[in-house]
Structures are given as structure tokens and as C-alpha cells.
Design a protein around this ligand. Structure first.
Ligand code: GRF
Length: 202
């Protein structure tokens, strides 16, 4: 049973998909802690409802990002976390923090990376006029949305799609592939070789 922590800043629908996958027995994981950097984030209420320890850690109460991250690290060490799952966490973690949890932090991004990195990926896709977009689960490295790719799912972009239409279609796939990626890691089937992910047993 892998011990995970989820960092989320807002709505928390990916967190919910992970909670549901654990409670259905699909995902062999224990969510030891949910952390938010935003007070009153819906993600925290979702954790509450599921009986999961959760904490709002206020970045503004620290003088520097490094102090905020030191607090995060202390929390993670306290519960013996094996995997940090970023689910709509709207804060960039420093290279030092990422180094502390090397290949143990994953993120979900609402595009087919390496296309449309950064903010508002769904809007970027609609504006560019791509025919397909999707979502990507990847390891977090020192760059932004650049780490080794674990899983992706493709969705069609329709000509009359609004950004919201596309985001909703992508979100459905996020909820499917994020628990699946964590399950693969929990089963120790995910290896990184030469910057690429190899999934053992297919
Ligand atoms: C998702 O679109 C995810 O891909 C992005 O942030 C959004 C989080 O949504 N990183 P939610 O908070 O999980 O509902």
C-alpha cells in the first residue's frame, strides 16, 4: 500500500477521483494527507468528507518560498509519504524541493505535453486550432511541465468547442488516467530510463 499525499489549490475533482479509486479498492494507496495553499479550497472539504487529514498551509505566513517548502517537507516527513501527487496545485515547487523528492512527485496537466505547457492549456489548444488534445500524467522535474511522461489520454477538439467544453471533455479523461498512473506506481511498474518512462508489463 503506497502512502501518498495530494497537493491541491482549488476544486479538487482529481483528488475526488483518487479518493473514489481508493475507496472502491481499485487503487492500493493510502492518502495520508491533503495539503492546500488556498484557504477554503474545495479540495479540503472533499478530504474532510472522506475522513482524510488535511491542512491549509498559508504561503503568505512565511517570509520566503523556502520556509513554506520547509514546512511542507516537515509535514511530508511526519507522515512518511512515498509519493506526492499534485492535483491542481497552482504553485511552482523549487528545484530544491523537487530534488528532495526526486522522481516521487507527479502532476497532471490538461494537454498532450509537450504541447501547451503552463497556464490555461485548454484555452491554448482551442486558440491554436488543434484537432486533438488531452491530458498528461508526468513526473515533476525542475522544469515546468517537462518531466518524464507516464500516461496520456487523447480527446477530440470539435470546431465549435468553447474552452469550457474542451476542459470538461479533458477532465473526464484526467479522472480516468490519474488513478491509473498512481496504481502503476503503487505496483512498482513505472521505471525511468534515459528520461523516458517504461511501464513494466505493458
Ligand atoms: C485540472 O485541469 C488539472 O489538469 C490541472 O488543474 C486542474 C485541477 O482540477 N493541473 P481539479 O482541482 O482537480 O478539479
Amino acid at each position: 500500500m503506497i502512502k501518498i499525499t495530494v497537493f491541491a489549490s482549488g476544486r479538487g475533482s482529481n483528488l475526488q477521483a483518487i479518493i473514489d479509486a481508493v475507496s472502491s479498492g481499485y487503487l492500493p494507496a493510502e492518502i495520508c494527507l491533503v495539503v492546500s495553499d488556498r484557504e477554503g479550497a474545495e479540495a479540503l472539504s472533499r478530504a474532510d468528507r472522506a475522513g482524510i487529514t488535511n491542512k491549509f498551509i498559508d504561503p503568505k505566513s512565511f517570509e520566503e518560498q523556502a520556509d513554506f517548502e520547509a514546512e511542507l517537507l516537515a509535514e511530508l516527513r511526519g507522515v512518511g509519504v512515498e509519493l506526492v501527487v499534485l492535483a491542481g496545485f497552482m504553485r511552482i515547487l523549487s528545484a530544491d524541493f523537487v530534488g528532495e523528492f526526486s522522481n516521487k512527485i507527479i502532476n497532471i496537466h490538461p494537454s498532450l505535453l509537450p504541447a501547451f505547457k503552463g497556464l490555461e492549456a485548454q484555452k491554448q489548444a482551442v486558440e491554436y486550432g488543434v484537432r486533438y488534445s488531452g491530458c498528461t500524467v508526468h513526473f515533476v522535474d525542475r522544469g515546468i511541465d517537462t518531466g518524464p511522461i507516464i500516461l496520456q489520454a487523447v480527446v477530440e477538439v470539435k470546431e465549435d468547442d468553447s474552452v469550457e467544453d474542451l476542459a470538461a471533455r479533458i477532465l473526464e479523461q484526467e479522472h480516468r488516467i490519474y488513478p491509473r498512473a498512481i496504481k502503476l506506481i503503487a505496483e512498482d511498474r513505472v521505471k525511468i530510463e534515459g528520461g523516458r518512462v517504461i511501464i513494466e508489463g505493458g
